[in-house]
Design a binder for this molecule. Structure first.
Ligand code: NOJ
Length: 583
């Protein structure tokens, strides 16, 4: 391997730490998506310019320069398509239209123009597994007889049992309850059932029907022609179902359970799904500017997830096992090592992500007092409340650690402000379908979707002139973007510094050498491109080594690049980046 600046064959010596051999091969290319930082915008909670209480595309265009100033490469834009909003836009009624809530196609074009000016790509969130029950194709299917071509766009089946009273199989919706809903025949008699892996308002498409594939290829071209930088692909592992739709006694989300490994789930990871993405990749490749595909493929184990990013398929896949790994040095080391090896094996970068619109924010997760955190659902007013100081300290440490890793990183809007969930959100505001479908047993994901605090200019903290669609928690007036811009030691400035250093040191394209001898201790360290990254997950301070300079610390946003680390300590729940004094 020839030695280059980006990939030194011998890692620089960090005097008091010995580095193991590289965990993975250096990146096999230098395309932007191998080292990218992508910022997720959840439009309804970003910025409202119309007074509707729901964020919109002009709000994104107006504020995009703030996000650009973080130094990110691209935006992943959660759905803004025409939709009845039964699942916050993941129920699409027209894939080629902007929902009036969010604006118009002209507003989208303006957003692209502003993004181009700021040199940021916009990735559109495509939802191919299901649409809305209001979509014209589904309405036509309902109005058409069983066996008709219109019904073949979806998964309609006769029921089981006497008079078809039982659903066609035992599959459960991700949001609770059966995955089947029965509809009347056009003549009003009880008729067939249709499959919906999510809410009953989200019928699954029949991807065995080539017409469905043709329609989505045309939709991809529609957005690529308008300047989209690529797509985040929703539930990318679910499109094809096993023939015969056999019963499944494992978990609805496919996650391993005793006797029911993910690999056997009949609704996920069917081999033919990869043909879809090979076609999509070839479409993206026909456009200039390295348009990309990122899979939301919650596939287990991580080695299987790598199948989604083989050279002729997608570019990236969200690393959910990393997100779900707790505050545990050995577990983090294991999943990072496995991830790098698994993605290396197919020549793809690993991605790293700590928060998104479906999980409790990491500032809440990492401050939760065990066993209060409900899996996937966060915390409600009846639960033991998180330690927000601890959560923020650990969140910043986890972020600094994550941004030191080679590969692509994702940031969810508001984490750069150190936001946690609204854990005291009154139940009457909850809109996530999983709350209603489980009679409140599951809280749903509203707590991590609260409108952003921008300034002190309005009661909804600059989000809107009106009240936001969800109320903000008490105390957010001290963490608005405006307040944090004015505070040089804020979480916002900390993110900016870390992202700047990550770029300067080219960490995204680097490779990783674990620090020897920290196994078992709650101290985790690695070298990447001459930077030594240390995270203290233990309870005692760890003296920092001599001969190093402190580049960044999760405890402060103040650049300290001339300060010697010797004599300083790495406190519990903190992370640092160091470089040798001689470098
Ligand atoms: C994953 C999305 O991230 C989530 O928000 C949505 O509810 C489901 N897919 C269904 O589209």
């Amino acid at each position: 391997m020839p030695q280059t600046d980006e990939h030194p064959a011998t890692p620089p010596a960090h005097l008091e730490f010995r580095l193991e051999d590289a965990t993975h091969a250096p990146s096999s290319g230098n395309e932007w998506w191998r080292r990218s930082v992508i910022y997720q915008i959840y439009p309804r909670s970003f910025r409202d310019t119309t007074g509707s209480g729901i964020g919109d595309l002009p709000g994104i265009t107006a504020e995009l320069h703030h996000i650009a100033s973080l130094g990110v490469d691209a935006i992943w834009l959660s759905p803004f398509f025409a939709s009845p909003q039964k699942d916050a836009g993941y129920d699409v009624s027209d894939y080629r239209a902007v929902d009036p809530l969010f604006g118009t196609l002209a507003d989208f074009d303006e957003l692209i123009a502003e993004a181009n000016r700021l040199e940021i790509k916009i990735l559109v969130d495509i939802v191919p597994n299901h649409c809305s029950s209001e979509h014209a194709m589904f309405r036509e299917a309902l109005a058409s007889p069983r066996g008709s071509a219109a019904r073949e766009h979806f998964i309609f089946r006769d029921g089981r049992g006497k008079d078809g009273q039982l659903p066609p199989n035992n599959w459960q919706s991700h949001f609770g309850g059966s995955a089947w809903t029965r509809v009347p025949d056009p003549d009003g008699a009880p008729g067939q059932y249709y499959l919906h892996l999510f809410d009953h308002s989200q019928p699954d498409f029949n991807w065995d029907n080539p017409a469905v594939g043709d329609e989505f290829e045309s939709i991809l071209r529609f957005w690529l022609d308008r300047g989209a930088g690529g797509f985040r692909v929703d539930v990318a592992h679910a499109l094809i179902k096993a023939s015969g739709l056999p019963d499944w006694h494992g978990r609805a989300d496919g996650a391993d359970s005793p006797g029911y490994p993910f690999a056997d789930a009949p609704m996920f990871g069917q081999p033919a799904v990869h043909d879809v993405y090979r076609r999509w990749r070839s479409i993206c490749d026909q456009y200039p500017g390295e348009r990309v595909l990122c899979a939301e493929a919650n596939v287990h184990p991580i080695e299987a997830m790598a199948d989604w990013v083989r050279p002729d398929e997608m570019h990236q896949s969200f690393n959910f096992p990393f997100l779900h790994t707790g505050w545990d040095a050995a577990a983090l080391k294991a999943i990072i090592t496995r991830s790098l090896k698994a993605f290396d094996a197919v020549g793809a970068p690993s991605t790293w992500v700590l928060s998104n619109h479906d999980v409790p924010r990491h500032a809440t997760r990492l401050g939760a007092v065990s066993p209060a955190l409900r899996p996937g659902d966060g915390l409600g007013p009846e639960d033991v409340q998180p330690d927000s100081g601890l959560g923020l300290a650990r969140a910043r440490a986890a972020t600094l650690f994550m941004l030191g890793l080679p590969g692509g990183a994702y940031i969810y809007q508001g984490e750069e402000l150190g936001l946690g969930d609204h854990t005291l959100l009154p139940h009457e505001y909850r809109q996530d379908p999983s709350y209603a479908r489980t009679n409140g047993e599951r809280l749903g994901r509203d707590g991590c979707r609260v409108p952003l605090p921008w300034s002190d200019s309005t009661p909804s903290l600059g989000f809107s002139d009106a009240a936001g669609w969800l109320p903000q928690p008490e105390g957010w007036e001290t963490v608005t973007r405006q307040a944090q811009e004015a505070d040089p030691d804020s979480t916002l400035h900390f993110y900016r510094l870390a992202l700047d250093l990550r770029r300067t040191h080219n960490l995204g394209l680097g490779n990783l050498n674990w620090v020897e001898g920290t196994d078992g201790a709650q101290l985790l360290g690695f070298g990447n491109s001459g930077v030594l990254v240390l995270l203290n997950l233990g309870t005692a301070p760890v003296p920092l080594p001599a001969g190093e300079v402190l580049l960044a610390s999760s405890a402060t946003a103040v650049a300290r690049s001339t300060e010697a680390a010797s004599g300083l300590a790495l406190n519990p729940d903190a992370a640092v980046w160091l470089r040798p004094e001689t470098a």
